[in-house]
Structures are given as C-alpha cells and as structure tokens.
Design a protein around this ligand. Structure first.
Ligand SMILES: [Zn+2]
Length: 1036
C-alpha cells in the first residue's frame, strides 16, 4: 500500500476512536452519576469526574477514610536514610517524596485530607521548601486538608521511655507546629507502639490537651473481647489520682493501622484497583462497592455509633500519593452513589467530633495495655530489656540534658552554640518506638548512639562552660585558663582529669552540680591514681573520704574499653576509687578540692581494709548506719537484709539465672522464637548461673564511708554489693557478658530476688517512671486471662522500679534504665538485665539481637558486656514510698561532675565555689520535683513542676503541695508566669475537655487539682500526680 493511503486509513481510525470515547464517557456519567465538577472544564484535570465532597451523614453508616503514612523515625534504616530514601536495598522508603507527593495530591482536590505525624521528618522536609510551597502548605493546614496528629518529634515508645523524655520529645514537635502553623494537635496517634501505658493516656494525652488517643495494638484476647462487647472505644482514665480530670477517649483501631487488606493502594500493593472504564477489561465497580459495604457493615457491628474509621495507609506509604487518592476518590464516589453507606475524607478529629456528637455511653478503661501479645506464645515483653546499653545511655543523657538546660538558663543560652539543641534532637529521635525500645537494626542503633554522643559532647560543653563562668565569677581571664571537663566514662572507671598524677602542688578540682531543686547528700566515687589525698569542701574544710580498690571486673572492663580507644596504659595497677560525701545545694553546685597528702595524715583519705573469703560455712556481713546485708559464704548470695532505720528484716536470696530463649523450631514451641520484641523462654526454668567449682570467692572491702562485697559468679557475671554509710538500701553493681552462646542457646539473663514476704500474687510496677500500677500474677482486670506463657506473660516494663508488699512492709527494687520485671512467685521479684539471641522473632526487624563489641588491633569481637546498677531496699510500708520517690529522683538526675586540674598551689578556680539558684532559705517541698527548666526563644523560660506522689501513697506527702516559684528562682525577679498545657503550645485556660458519658457511672467524682493559677501569683499548688507547665518571664 502506498504511503498516502496508509495515512488516510490511520486518520479515519483515529476519528472513530475519538467518537467512541466521547459516547462511552456519556454513558459512564449517566450510569455512575459522575459529577460534572468545574474541574471537568479544565482539560488538564479531566481525571476529576468524581464526587468526593461527602461529609458525615446522619442516619447512615459513615466510613471515615483517614489517609495516613506511618513513618518510623529509624528502624530498618536510619532516620536520615528513611527521609532521603537511600539504602533502598533494605527497604523502599523515602519520606521526602511521601510528604511532597501528598502535598501535590491534596492541592489537586480540596476534598482530600491527610494526617501527618512525625515532626522529625516533617521538619526535615519543611526547611528545604520554597516560600511559595510553604505558603500553599500553610493553606492546606488552615483548611484542615492537612492535619498534624500526635505531633511529637517521633511516635515514642510507651514501655521503655521515661515520662520526662516523652514530654520533651512531644514538646519539641508541638512547638514547631505552633510556631510555623499556629495550630495545636488535638489527637494522640500511637498506632504502632507495642503496648500502651497509663502515662500515655492521662499525661501525654489528656494533660497535653488531646481529645483522644488512637492505637493499633492490644493483647489479642483483650481485643477479641472488646470486639464482642463493642468496647474497642472507651473512656480511658490512666491515673488513679487524677481520675476523670485527666481522662481521654481511647480507640483501638479495627484493622491494626492499615487499610483492610483488599483496599490497600500503594504502588506495590496487590489489592484490586477500582477499574471503572467499561472500555477496558476487568471492569469491577459493583464488585468493589459490594465488598467495601460488606466490610464496613461487619466492622460496624463492633463499634458504637454509626461512625467507623478506616486507616488508609501503611508503613511509609503514599510515596506516590495519587495511587491512594485516586482510588479513594473513586470509592467515595461509587459507594456514596450506591447509598448504603457513606464514605468521607476524614481525620481522627472529624471522626472524634462525630463520636462526641452521637451522645453515646462508653465503657471505662483504667490502668494500661501491658503486656501486649499478638498470639498465645507471643508476648512482646523482650523489648523491655533489648539493647540494655542503649537504654542506659538514653537514661543517662536524660539527666545530662536536664542539667545542661538548667545551666543554659542560669548563664543564658548561646543560640549559635554550644547549646543543648543537638542533644534535645537526638534524645527526641531515640524515643521512637523502634529506638530506645531496642527493636531496630544494629546499624540504626549505632546511628542513634552516634547522634546521642554528638549531642552529649555539645551539652557537656554547655555544662563545663557554664560552670567555669559561674565558678570564676564570670572573669573572662579565668574562664580562658580553666578547662572543666565532664567524665562520661565513669561507668568503666575512666576519667582522665581525676586520674591526673597529683604529685607536687597539683590540685584536682571537682564541681558537683545538682539538678534537683532539693539539697542532697550523696557519695561521689571517682577513679584516682594516688591513695594519699585529702578532700576539702568549698569552705576549705577537710571532709571524710575513703580509698576503695577497684573490683577485678571493673579493672578488666576499663582495660577492654581503653584498648578500643587506643588509650591503654600500662601500670594502671595504682588506680583506686576515691569516695567522699558531697552535700550540694538545690539547682546549684559545690566545689571540692582533692590534694596530695602525707600518707597516714589525719585528714587523708582512709584506706579500706580488704578481706578475702573462699567458700565456707556462715556468712559475711556488711553493715552501715542505714542497713545490714548478709552474704552467704556457701553460695555467695545475699541472704538477709535489715533496714536499721525501720527495723524491717527480710530474708532475701539474690541470684542470677538465665532463660533459654526459644528458637521456635520445635513443635512444642509452635514456631515462635524469642527475639528483639518477643520474650519466649523455651521452658519456665531459669537456669542458675553458678561459678564453675560451685563456690563464689568473696572480697570484702570495709571503711568509714562504704562497705562492699566483690564477687564473681561465673566468667560472665560478677557484681559488687555496696552499702554506703547512711543509706538504708544496697546498691548492686552488676557486670554481665559476654553472654556465652557457644552452646548454641540464646540466653535472657535475670536477677532473681526471693524474699520471705507474702505478696499474694500482687506486685507493683511503674508507668514510664511515674505512677505505680498494681499487677496481679496471671491476671488481667479487663478480661479472664487464658495463661499461655507463665513467665513472659507476667513481665511488665520498669523505668523506676518494682516492689511487693507484705502487710506493713515493702520490698523494692529501683533500676537505672528501662528493663523488664516480674513477680513469678510470692515474695519474689525478678528483673531481666541482658539478652543475647540467635534467632529473629519474625516481627519485622529481621535482625538477630546479638550485640557485639569489637575492640583492639587486630580487632576482636565479642558479645556485649553490660554494666549497671540496681537498688534494693526492705522497709516499712510508711517509709518505702519516700525512698522510692526521693531516691528515684536522684537516680534519674545524678550529680553532674566536672573536673579540672590546677598545676600549682597559687592557682585557684575562682571566688564562687558554691552556688544555688534557689533562695537560700528555700527548697522545693519533698513531694515536688522540677522536671523542666529550659530557656525558650524571646527570653521566655519554660518550667514544669511535678507532684511525685499518688493519692494514698504516703500519709503526709500525698497531700496538695505548694511551691513558691519566686523563691525557686532566687534572685531572678519573676515578671509573670503563665500556665500552659503539658507541651507548652496553648494556654491551660483555653482548653475545654470534651465531656463523655461513662457506662454505669452516675455520680462523677471530682479528683483534686491544684488551685487555678493567676499569672501574677508566685505560689503554685499541685495535687497528687499533677504536673503543671509554666512559661515565665523575668524582670531582669
Ligand atoms: Zn512503627
């Protein structure tokens, strides 16, 4: 055929096909009611023939489409890799494109809505957008198309986080949102964390001003019952003290946090798309409409009111947002046309308002949702302890951040640095539910640690610079010559300035900063190389001190770590600990001088006596003014404790043992292995750790300030039992690792404390370091528990501690980091301290929790050794709460020790050897803590006061407390203080909580609250467990 003829034929075919398309579009419109929106007039937007305008419709079942993406702030990839979209061989995920693509899609259709959660990502994106796009995004936020939900830096974990860190990370996000968009998030969105805490509900929920909190995970037995009783949604009162005054609407999502399986529309999803073009094959509109209506009606049977939510999203979904929005546009259009149910673009706020408007009554939920199990042998209680070193690092830096922020306020923040911003950011990121939880890949854990370390170095600069300025009386010349230094490696007995050779006229100067707003007496323990030293306080008076030998384990640990830093030195045999008691004023410091002295001089540090015992009959006894501890010579175990202050005696047996982590491969195990998330022992037996020849060598150290027993249970577990002279508790410093795995068995190591107390199945564990909640072995208050895992199913997260009671006495353990704990027998407590596993537990991380440390040249790698401390007390029921609360604060906020060495006796550090911000005759009441003191922009100071006691916890300290804020700030004259909600993004007085009707409740009790605050008042009242947040401005 000639070319010309070809061309003619082709033209004719094209003309026909245009006609065909037009006519099919007409039928299409009439058949399915496609609307002729104005967008149809614009050829570019021809795609838009769908009516997506729906709002809630009374009398119909409303399906709220909540379009969302769940973006982990680190998990399989690091936070930056997730943001950028790099390292895609691990996981396809690129948050920068998700946010960009969602914004584009929202701009295309004003009916579409989306929620965004993690500010760590959003802020990374926002700061590199053009002004024009920022303007458009602001409009999307203003119109409600884009809504910030949760709004913290990350979606924090709820088991292994401390409430102060949770508040900090949420505040960071909320203040950005307020500043950039002038909006306040209304809804908590904790969709992925593995169990939910009481503190999350009442503190990080109600007290933030949230109207609701939604989440995706609850125990499978609990969820089933809630489905059957239409109790997936409820009124949650997490605090027994604050009750209905801090309640929140709670919602357990129906489909985890995903869309129903058949309606997932990511690029890589396999759900059938809505094919509504009759000219193409596989047209399926009726079929898709039918299925959606069916699923919605099924779901509605489990839910009160005629509003249900569909969470339209997944992990890192919406990278190409149109795939979701186009499908949702079609669904809304066709299903609403069908008319049996009504779908709308919604957000959790719109959904909640619809629930509220329905005037329904709701079931009541108290306490928390721990532990979480997703099947009979799958208790997510392993992560309470996973990565114990990271957990400790986070807790330690929480104390550093608190102190650094205070000093930043005292001397004035340096905006251009060094400042605390980097540590604030790193701490906020690591609170993520795959961060401090320990459920991230190894390289991600390393990334968190690196960020923390960079932030900590800068915060240390802040502390050192501030202390130099304060001590030297702000003399620039001294500030230049003095170089104060913090020691971050005291846990491995390493501190270069304190180890300085103090020969001649040299003086070691130590400034101890107290971030508590009470004065405190505390033993300081630092490594020194000379045993002939004298310690003087800031008045120049010599104070008692003691030289204590390092345990052999401490020495080994130190050498191992120094080797990895290339700093191993020979002849370190002369290293000792110097112990002395420091008395430090509130929010202030005291300076101590350590100088060489003549051996044996009266004021010189006293050498400890050392006794060594091999196995034998009887016991050795440590004794102080506060307590007495007996250690069996036969077993090496603690066998008795006596509290000298209260007279309470406890027969205690302290031991170490390990659970054999299930490998999931046997029939009996039904496929579930122990892993980063899950704790699944192979049997309920905890195998004892004994020394190879059955005998434990004891080394007993005695002296005027401290007595210690050093003992080694095996080549991988040793401990020091320490009794300071005034303390009525014992300190147990444990060193565990490398956990041997050459027998092919994963191990989960616990310390068991068996007492003769009758606890009747009951024990108490804290919620995020705040309220103590009652636990009952093999029991749940919300449903009849079918016990399938008698060990793992009784584990609870600890951040402050665990205790049990016997009539008028308590046996308590306080911890130095997040760990898991349980009481599996009456009188017995156990705490899991370390885990090393050989198999992944199949919950997504696909990485084996087998932490190793590589040191030396050539590099040698071995399992991680964990060192830490827990604290043990037997006391009366009336005294124990005081110890748990006050000492708990000291553990959380340790003294920050800053060192410098003066070369000659002529030098001095300055005139101001002592300082306290607080007025000289004032200290916070013993039941109140200052948990935040932070300089914000515009000379505003953020501070928070926390009542430390629950209702009924202590006879006198559970009363309403009153704080004189002017005295707290000493010489700084307060201009005004204004009360804000917990995350400091709105005035407290502007918050009007929604009212709800609780099933069966006739008379609502009104829990106690501190008196309403007026901005010119300096007195602030706090009711039990109340935290109040203020912004202050000062006259000077
Ligand atoms: Zn997640």
């Amino acid at each position: 055929m000639a070319a010309a003829v070809w061309r003619l034929v082709l033209l004719a075919v094209l003309a026909l096909s245009v006609v065909a398309r037009r006519s099919s579009a007409d039928t299409y419109e009439s058949k399915f009611g496609l609307c002729s929106r104005s967008v149809n007039d614009d050829d570019d937007d021809e795609y838009y023939p769908y009516n997506t305008k729906a709002g809630p419709v009374a009398g119909k079942l409303n399906v709220h489409f909540v379009a969302h993406t769940h973006d982990d702030v680190g998990w399989l990839k690091t936070v930056d890799q997730y943001y950028v979209g790099s390292n895609n061989s691990i996981q396809f995920a690129a948050v920068q494109y998700i946010i960009g693509s969602v914004v584009d899609s929202l701009l295309k259709n004003p009916d579409r809505k989306f929620i965004y959660v993690e500010q760590a990502f959003f802020q990374r994106w926002w700061r590199v957008q053009t002004k024009q796009l920022q303007k458009k995004v602001k409009k999307l936020v203003e119109s409600g198309q884009l809504e910030f939900i949760n709004g913290g830096w990350c979606m924090h974990d709820e088991a292994t986080t401390h409430y102060v860190d949770m508040i900090d990370q949420t505040t960071l996000g909320h203040r950005y949102i307020k500043k950039q968009f002038d909006v306040v998030p209304r809804i908590g969105w904790q969709i992925d964390p593995f169990g939910h805490s009481a503190v999350q509900a009442y503190l990080l929920g109600a007290e933030v001003g949230f109207d609701a909190v939604f989440f995706g995970r609850a125990d499978y037995q609990d969820k089933l019952k809630r489905q059957q009783t239409r109790s997936l949604e409820f009124i949650w009162r997490g605090s027994s003290s604050l009750g209905s005054s801090a309640q929140i609407f709670g919602g357990l999502l129906a489909h985890h946090y995903s869309a129903p399986e058949e309606f997932r529309f990511d690029l890589r999803s396999t759900s059938p798309l809505i094919q509504d073009d009759p000219l193409l094959y596989d047209y399926n509109v009726e079929e898709r409409v039918e299925l959606l209506v069916q699923l919605a009606q099924e779901q509605a049977k489990q839910i009160r009111t005629n509003h249900i939510m569909w969470t339209m999203g997944e992990d890192f979904s919406y990278e190409y947002a149109e795939t979701w929005f186009q499908q949702m546009d079609k669904l809304i259009h066709y299903v609403n046309k069908d008319g049996r149910v009504n779908i709308l673009y919604s957000t959790p706020s719109i959904y909640l308002d619809a629930k509220h408007a329905a005037n329904e009554t709701w079931p009541l939920k108290e306490d928390d949702f721990f532990p979480y199990a997703d099947c009979p042998h799958c208790y997510w209680t392993g992560y309470f302890t996973s990565r114990p070193s990271l957990k400790r690092y986070v807790r330690k830096l929480s104390g550093v951040l608190l102190a650094a922020r205070q000093l930043e306020f005292i001397v004035g923040k340096n905006e251009s640095g060094p400042n605390t911003d980097a540590l604030e950011d790193a701490m906020a990121i690591v609170q993520h539910h795959d961060g401090v939880s320990g459920t991230e890949r190894q390289h991600v854990a390393d990334d968190y640690a690196k960020r923390l370390s960079i932030g900590a170095a800068e915060a240390a600069d802040v502390i050192n610079t501030a202390l130099t300025r304060l001590v030297s009386g702000n003399k620039p010349s001294s500030a230049e010559s003095l170089k104060f230094e913090l020691c971050f490696h005291l846990n491995v007995s390493y501190c270069p300035p304190s180890e300085a050779d103090l020969s001649g006229e040299k003086t070691l100067v130590l400034v101890a900063y107290n971030s508590l707003a009470w004065s405190r007496q505390e033993m300081i323990r630092i490594p020194v190389t000379s045993s002939s030293v004298t310690v003087t306080d800031s008045d120049g008076h010599p104070i008692p001190s003691q030289i204590v030998p390092l345990s052999s384990t401490a020495r080994l640990l130190r050498e191992k770590h120094l080797r990895s830093h290339g700093g191993v030195k020979s002849g370190e045999g002369s290293l000792h600990y110097l112990v002395f008691e420091a008395s430090v004023p509130p929010l202030g410091y005291r300076t101590f001088h350590i100088r060489p002295s003549v051996p044996g001089a009266l004021q010189s540090a006293q050498l400890s006596s050392v006794e060594e015992y091999s196995a034998g009959a009887g016991h050795v006894q440590l004794e102080s003014r506060g307590a007495l501890v007996q250690v069996s010579r036969e077993t090496g175990r603690i066998q008795k404790m006596k509290n000298m202050k209260t007279g309470v005696i406890a027969d205690v047996e302290q031991s170490y043992c390990w659970y054999n982590a299930s490998d999931g491969n046997t029939f009996e195990n039904q496929g579930q292995a122990s892993g980063a998330y899950i704790f699944r022992p192979n049997t309920s037996t905890c195998f004892p750790v004994e020394s190879p020849n059955g005998a434990v060598q004891l080394k007993v150290i005695r002296g005027p300030l401290v007595e210690e027993v050093h003992q080694t249970f095996s080549h991988w577990i040793s401990q020091v039992v320490r009794l300071y002279n005034d303390a009525d508790h014992a300190e147990i410093e444990f060193t565990i690792g490398p956990i041997p795995i050459n027998d092919g068995l994963g191990k989960e190591v616990v310390t068991k404390l068996s007492s003769n107390f009758s606890s009747d199945g009951e024990f108490y564990t804290d919620s995020n370091g705040r309220d103590f909640l009652k636990r009952v072995r093999n029991y749940r208050s919300d449903w009849t528990l079918n016990v399938t895992e008698e060990v793992a199913g009784n584990y609870y997260p600890l951040n402050l501690g665990i205790y049990l009671s016997d009539k008028d006495k308590d046996f308590s353990v306080l911890v130095d980091r997040a760990v898991g704990g349980a009481s599996l027998k009456d009188g017995e407590l156990e705490v899991m301290l370390h885990r090393r596993l050989l198999i992944d537990d199949g919950r997504g991380v696909s990485d084996i929790l087998n932490e190793t440390v590589c040191t030396g040249e050539p590099e040698v790698c071995e399992g991680l050794t964990v060192q830490g401390v827990y604290y043990l007390q037997a006391s009366s029921k009336t005294e124990a709460p005081k110890w748990r609360r006050s000492y708990g604060q000291e553990i959380l906020s340790p003294l920050q020790l800053s060192f410098t060495v003066l070369e000659s006796a002529k030098e001095n550090v300055g005139p101001a050897l002592e300082f306290s911000l607080v007025a000289s005759d004032y200290s916070l009441p013993p039941n109140v803590a200052l948990i935040t003191l932070q300089e914000l922009e515009d000379d505003e100071i953020l501070f928070r006061l926390a009542h430390l006691y629950q209702v009924g916890e202590d006879k006198t300290l559970s009363a309403v407390a009153s704080v004189d804020t002017q005295a707290l700030f000493g010489k700084r004259r307060i201009d005004k203080i204004e009360e804000l909600t917990l995350t400091a993004n709105q005035k407290k007085s502007d918050v009007e909580p929604l009212k709800w009707t609780v099933e069966g409740e006739e008379n609502l009790l009104h829990p106690k609250r501190g008196r309403k605050h007026d901005k010119h008042e300096v007195l602030v009242e706090l009711a039990p467990m109340e935290i109040r947040t203020f912004v202050a401005t000062f006259k000077d």
